[in-house]
Design a binder for this molecule. Structure first.
Ligand code: AKG
Ligand code: FE2
Length: 307
């Protein structure tokens, strides 16, 4: 565990076109190159929505186990998961398109056949805000490379999935694994959480740094796809969750990922003599299959697409 100060914190409420926007984009790019992880404040999400989301996540996981188990999805790791041997404290749900009211509604109706408009509204609003944030961050990163022209194509060719997580209190007084170290696979991830910390990020120097998330802010993580796109300039930070203390942790991740058919390739602007091509083109589903099959590999991107 390390010093919280090492995770940069940015206010990204400033709008595109306003003074300081370009400097903000350059800063975001630099942070993504150095750390691959940062904290953001965004004043278009009221504090009350963060509080309501924490309550909504608690309400969801407070449902009886039999009710939660009704949520099944054919894709790996999307169904309701609990008692997973590698992460015994974790319970989670994976939901695609929770930013669309229909999907949020279907999820809510399955778990609360009598309806729960409050949960549905809060869950859907927070996911929509997090999707907005993922697009803003993607835009800032691309503009940071003066390559904003790629933004529309990437937005059109991206989709989002959401994961809602509860980490139970460790059985003894010691700290315990909540989630094993990994990199996120897609473009980028936005996380929100209740007041219980536990996320840790591995620095380039090899130290695990605790991410202390100020109330009402979000975490941004660079994923493997953006690392590949940038020809290895951006850092996809390895992260994990470590639980200690006597309070449950709740978090929600919005994963911005490429659509299945998008070919992820390094743009020619990012290849030169000093930086020859590092990754061959690939599609996201092929990369994911490799990741699921080769769980022992520390760096799936290198073994899969490295040239
Ligand atoms: O719970 C968290 O804060 C992190 C979750 C995470 O890393 C993930 O779901 O990929
Ligand atoms: Fe993650």
């Amino acid at each position: 565990m390390g010093e919280a100060a090492q995770i940069p914190f940015l206010d990204i409420s400033r709008e595109e076109g306003r003074e300081g926007w370009k400097a903000l984009c350059t800063k975001v790019r630099e942070i993504c190159e150095m750390h691959g992880c940062f904290l953001i404040k965004y004043d278009k999400v009221p504090k009350s929505l963060h509080e309501d989301m924490s309550m909504a996540m608690k309400t969801l996981f407070d449902l009886p186990e039999e009710t939660k188990k009704k949520y099944k999805d054919p894709r790996p790791f999307n169904s309701y998961i609990s008692n997973y041997p590698k992460a015994p404290l974790l319970e989670c749900f994976g939901i695609d398109d929770a930013t669309m009211l229909d999907s949020a509604q279907a999820f809510t109706n399955l778990l609360w056949p009598e309806g729960n408009p409050n949960f549905c509204g809060v869950f859907n609003s927070m996911n929509s805000k997090m999707l907005e944030l993922s697009f803003i961050n993607l835009k800032m990163i691309l503009e940071g490379f003066s390559m904003g022209k790629y933004y529309d194509t990437y937005v059109e060719n991206s989709q989002s999935s959401c994961r809602v997580m509860k980490y139970n209190v460790p059985p003894s007084n010691d700290s315990a694994t909540g989630l094993l170290g990994h990199t996120d696979k897609g473009f980028l991830t936005i996380l929100c959480q209740n007041e219980v910390h536990g996320l840790e990020v591995l620095s380039k120097e090899g130290n695990w740094i605790q991410v202390v998330v100020p109330e009402g802010s979000f975490v941004v993580l660079v994923g493997d796809v953006l690392k590949a796109w940038s020809n290895g300039r951006l850092h996809a930070a390895e992260h994990r969750v470590v639980m200690s203390g006597n309070k449950e942790r709740y978090s929600c991740g919005l994963f911005l990922v490429p659509k299945d058919e998008l070919k992820i390739e390094v743009p020619e602007e990012l290849v030169d003599k000093e930086r020859p091509l590092k990754y061959r083109p690939f599609t996201y589903p092929e990369f994911l299959s490799h990741c699921y099959a080769d769980v022992t590999s520390d760096d799936a991107l290198e073994t899969y697409a490295g040239v």
